[in-house]
Design a protein around this ligand. Structure first.
Ligand SMILES: Cc1ncc(COP(=O)(O)O)c(C=O)c1O
Length: 468
């Protein structure tokens, strides 16, 4: 079978079993739809992975790629992690399914307890789910039901940020602030209000930090006041926004947002689907920024991609509103068939233990600092405007003349050209027209980080030579 055949790739030389290349044939691929991608052009330049290990992938032609983005901010413990593979093999012989409707299972119980242990503050209650969009939807539903059951039935609105992304399903999309992801599906749900994001590299108020006084966070309070605090249930945001261009908020932003939410009895939801599980150098960005939200949404790196796994975890005062006798009917009125699946839970458990035992948070800080220092070496190119993010979540703004602030022509889509060139050279990064992100597995070594940097620098320099 495929798995057996992929083993036939020679790790050293990358030589592939020739038979695998047929999985990239148009005849087979034309039956598929991938994410946000025109299949007609994908079929012309297909990328079909056959095997992965550590920070590396091999495609069906035996070509090797350095995974500079952890799948997609997901494979925090690296590909083919022996500990996670062993946990999966062991679990598969025990039980593969026990739905969360009338029962649970051992790895799910262990996982919920471990998440409660590593989550900040009094975040002690965990609902296991299967994907990030499920998590953000569940968090917003939890917030609405929480207020209904604690004497504030009119609180239902959700405030979120322009440029933020919270998932592809309709509720999650309603909180998403990217027109290019949602305009085609509108109208989305009512009751969702947007605020300007803390994108200091492109301030929506044309101000500069710190003289701006972090006005963007004050605007959220104004919005809550203007909407009527008695109608606002929650604020949801990514502590560091990916789609905003790896936007790190000013240091005062999240603490002040916490105060604003407290003042108006609004639940603060951190969408940590990218930032969770060591990515920013602490288990959660909540700890990196020293702010405990009421609800954390987690996904992606929670199970490192070894099984579909996500969750919401929430504070004791929120959980208390859902605790009662059967007749009280206060249980969370929400669920999904695959939540807490034993295989996904076993993968998540092993992955989080790996992060803890190997102190991958420290590695994320150390290698993140190292990569940031190396990126400074590219200053003479005068193309990188700033380096954003925390730990091993690194974003770089790109301009034609970084010092003078002159952008590339929009139609050039410079960052994406660098991304395409990188794939040709065997490096996968997250590329947007005017920024690029690096987020390799948290297991990456210093030597591997140097290899990543050298490849990236080469692609950036070569693209610059033909694009400027
Ligand atoms: C911040 C954030 N929230 C939510 C999601 C949705 O997660 P999923 O694709 O697992 O539904 C994503 C996915 O990229 C994300 O980046």
């Amino acid at each position: 079978m495929l798995d057996e055949r992929t083993r036939e790739i020679d790790v050293e030389t990358g030589a592939a079993d020739e038979g695998l290349a047929r999985f990239a044939s148009p005849d087979l691929l034309r039956h598929m739809v991938l994410d946000l991608r025109q299949m007609k052009s994908f079929i012309d330049a297909p990328l079909v992975m056959a095997r992965a290990e550590g920070i590396w992938y091999w495609d069906v032609n035996g070509k090797r790629y350095l995974d500079g983005i952890s799948g997609i901010f997901t494979v925090n413990v690296g590909h083919a992690n022996p500990r996670v593979l062993a946990a999966l093999h062991q679990q598969i012989d025990q039980i593969c399914f026990a739905p969360p409707l009338h029962a649970t299972n051992i790895p799910a119980v262990q996982l919920a307890n471990l998440v409660a242990e590593v989550a900040p503050g009094d975040i002690n209650t965990v609902k296991l789910l299967s994907g990030g969009s499920e998590a953000t939807e569940a968090a917003m539903k939890l917030a609405r039901q929480y207020h209904r059951q604690s004497g504030n039935p009119l609180k239902y609105k959700v405030v979120s940020l322009y440029k933020g992304f919270h998932g592809a399903t309709l509720g999650a999309l309603s909180a998403t602030g990217l027109s290019r992801r949602k305009a085609i599906f509108e109208p989305t749900l009512s009751g969702f209000v947007k605020a300007m994001p803390p994108t200091c590299h492109a301030c929506p108020f044309n101000l500069s930090y710190p003289s701006c006084g972090v006005t963007c966070v004050d605007q959220i309070e104004r919005i809550i006041e203007l909407e009527g605090p008695e109608t606002v249930a929650a604020v949801i945001l990514e502590p560091i926004s990916n789609t905003g261009g790896i936007t790190t908020p000013p240091v005062e932003y999240l603490p002040r947002l916490r105060e604003i939410c407290d003042r108006h009895n609004v639940l603060l939801i951190f969408d940590e689907i990218i930032t969770g599980f060591g990515r920013t150098g602490q288990m959660f960005a909540a700890q990196t920024f020293g702010v405990t939200p009421d609800i954390i949404c987690m996904g992606k790196g929670m199970g490192s991609g070894y099984g579909p796994l996500a969750a919401i975890a929430f504070r004791d005062h929120v959980a208390a509103a859902f605790w009662g006798d059967d007749e009280d009917n206060v249980e969370f009125a929400h669920g999904h068939t695959f939540g807490g699946n034993p295989l996904s839970s076993a993968a998540g458990l092993a992955s989080i233990r790996e992060i803890l035992d190997r102190d991958l948070c420290a590695n994320a800080r150390e290698i993140g600092d190292h990569l940031r220092a190396r990126i400074q070496e590219l200053a003479p190119l005068n193309v990188i405007t700033d380096v954003r993010g925390k730990g091993l979540l690194i974003g770089m703004g790109l301009k034609k003349d970084a010092a003078a602030g002159v952008p590339f022509p929009a139609e050039l889509r410079f960052g994406q050209r660098v991304g395409h060139r990188a794939i040709g050279r065997g490096l996968i990064v997250r590329a947007d027209p005017d920024w690029i992100a690096l987020a390799p597995p948290l297991t990456i070594t210093r030597a591997e980080a140097d290899e990543l940097f050298d490849l990236f620098a080469e692609c950036l320099g070569d693209e610059l030579a033909v694009s400027r």
